[in-house]
Design a protein around this ligand. Structure first.
Ligand code: NAP
Length: 532
């Protein structure tokens, strides 16, 4: 067999999730790891999304790592260049560069049940790893709808995440497709240059004012000299959002008051009643992500802007046909149509213990244990996995919880010792998802009367966490070995791996081991005590 490089951990992706995992691994004393990045620099979604107006709608002091505070954030809601620069700095400060392999797109990972390791094919060759941490993120692969006639359009076409900075929009007839978080930042940024801007709005979003301002020199000085002031600021931003959660998860009716503020925000900038009507949503606020912008509605009220309150249905030559029959001739189409979130493309590249891909295992919807691990995919973990998304707060909080889980996972493997893997039990995955979906029933995301990318093709919400970030932190503080089958190499018999009971398994152990027997070639099962 060809000799490959072997590492303890392979992290995929170098956005917030991947870099965070790298920092955490080093802190746990794990230095034998690589970060495989498909692009030529780090930064993930904050590298790829460079569209005009790109900024984060979560305040910077909360949208950053707790272990890497940045006293120098220039604005309360900093822009993409600053966030990208922050991630570059994290890579330098924490000594991550030697671990990072740029231009190493992962093409396939296959579980080797005999050797208990992952074989990983990258654009630059093959390596093996005991553990894979997939941090490819939900916003990594742009989604362009399949519009009849689009291939025959002879103007310019690009997606918000693949902005063509060489293309001059000045004086052009521009079509912006979509009204999500990306589009509402793009519209005010390009409206002054566009000759004519037509916005194709399938569903109006709820948009609230964004209280953005420059952070003063005095504040920055204070946060630099007295770091606890920056920490206090972060805690306040976090606490406010934590208090809002129950309205989204348990009492959506309480959100009516916020809707009146949203309507007032429209009325403030849009005087034309017909346009105001088009822009007013008819579903409960929060059902789709609440967007923040103080510039969006004023831009839509400008004379060079048209809002077509209908989706793009067809392209005929240079004419765009909306579902309501409206025809618009344009020079350029910009798709702000989002990402492959519920059909994570990386899942097609992961082949588990029983020879099927994660995409096949998830064909009826994504399901994981505690947002991290998947049954039949031993020692494979994802950051920002199923049901770890947030409707109203910072994803960095969720990522850090998942990093704690990763840290404990590595500790558990060390304690178990030897060549060993953890495979989540089908029963544990199922119990976790039953609890998540039970809580989901009352939430605004499921009851608010909208369709959104939070829901998968079956209408199931597999993206959002239906609780507070503190609850998720508690749920991911430690790995419960009772939720896993411990898999060991076949003790020199060459018979492949051995599934043994979880450490705290009890009666569930045999059921779990039974479940895993189909996925891992089981030569023998030993008692919990033997396993530990
Ligand atoms: P998105 O939220 O998925 O929005 C896609 C938009 O495209 C929706 O408005 C959708 O309409 C529309 N659409 C799809 N097909 C269409 C068609 N044929 N005609 C007209 N409209 C069509 O995508 P996104 O705005 O790129 O945002 C994705 C996620 O990125 C966000 O939710 C957020 O998590 C993140 N993001 C965050 C920030 C930030 O500041 N933190 C900024 C940008 C993005 P429907 O609503 O009818 O489906």
């Amino acid at each position: 067999m060809t000799q490959h490089e072997h590492v303890r951990v392979a992290v995929i992706g170098s956005g917030f999730g991947g870099l965070g995992a790298a920092v955490r691994l080093r802190r746990e004393g794990v230095t034998d790891f690589v970060v495989l990045e498909r692009a030529a620099s780090v930064g993930g979604t904050w590298r790829d999304n460079s569209y005009p107006g790109c900024a984060c709608d979560v305040p910077s002091h909360l949208y950053s790592f707790s272990f890497a505070p940045n006293p120098d954030w220039p604005r309360t809601f900093s822009g993409q260049p600053h966030i990208r620069a922050y991630l570059e700095k994290v890579a330098d400060t924490f000594g991550l560069r030697p671990h990072i392999r740029l231009n190493h797109e992962v093409r396939l990972m296959r579980w080797d049940g005999d050797e208990l390791r992952w074989e990983i094919e990258t654009a630059q060759g093959t390596l093996t790893a005991d553990v894979v941490v997939s941090a490819t993120g939900p916003l990594s692969d742009p989604k362009v709808p399949d519009i009849p006639g689009l291939a025959g359009f002879d103007g310019k076409v690009f997606h918000s995440a693949q902005w063509d900075h060489g293309y001059d929009l000045r004086g052009k007839r521009v079509a912006m497709i979509g009204t999500g978080a990306s589009a509402i930042q793009i519209v005010p940024a390009i409206q002054p240059q566009a000759g004519r801007l037509t916005l194709f709005q399938r569903t109006p979003p709820w948009v609230m004012p964004r209280m953005d301002r420059a952070i003063s020199g005095a504040e920055r000085w204070l946060h630099g000299k007295l770091p606890f002031t920056g920490a206090a600021r972060r805690r306040l931003l976090w606490g406010i959002r934590e208090l809002q959660v129950s309205a989204f998860t348990k009492h959506p009716n309480e959100l009516g008051l916020i809707e009146s503020l949203g309507k007032a925000n429209i009325a403030r900038s849009v005087k034309d009643p017909a346009l105001r009507n088009k822009l007013t949503p008819s579903y409960r606020i929060g059902c789709k992500r609440i967007l923040l912008s103080s510039a969006y509605y004023p831009a839509l009220a400008q004379p060079n802007v048209d809002v077509v309150a209908s989706g793009l249905e067809e392209v005929r030559g240079n004419t765009l046909i909306a579902s309501d029959g409206t025809e618009t001739e344009v020079d350029v189409i910009i798709f702000g149509t989002g990402f492959h979130v519920t059909d994570m493309p990386i899942a097609e590249r992961v082949v588990g213990a029983d020879g099927i891909t994660l995409a096949e295992a998830w064909k009826d919807g994504m399901e994981s244990l505690r947002g991290a691990t998947a049954a039949g995919f031993p020692n494979w973990m994802t950051i920002i996995g199923p049901n770890t998304g947030l409707g109203n707060s910072s994803m960095i909080l969720m990522i850090e919880s998942q990093l704690s889980y990763l840290a404990d996972y590595m500790r558990q493997l060390n304690v178990l010792g030897g060549r060993v893997a953890l495979n989540p039990r089908v029963s544990a995955v199922s119990a976790w998802n039953t609890r998540v979906q039970e809580r989901m029933k009352r939430t605004v995301w499921n009851t608010g009367g909208c369709t959104s990318w939070y829901l998968d093709a079956n209408g199931r919400n597999t993206t959002i966490w239906p609780g507070t970030t503190s609850e998720f932190r508690r749920a991911t503080r430690a790995v419960d070995l009772g939720e896993y089958d411990v898999v060991r190499a076949g003790a020199g018999t060459g018979a492949g791996a051995v599934a043994v009971g979880g450490a705290a398994a009890g009666a569930e152990a045999s059921a779990g081991a039974e479940a895993s027997a189909g996925t891992v070639p089981a030569a023998r099962r030993v008692t919990d005590k033997e396993a530990v």
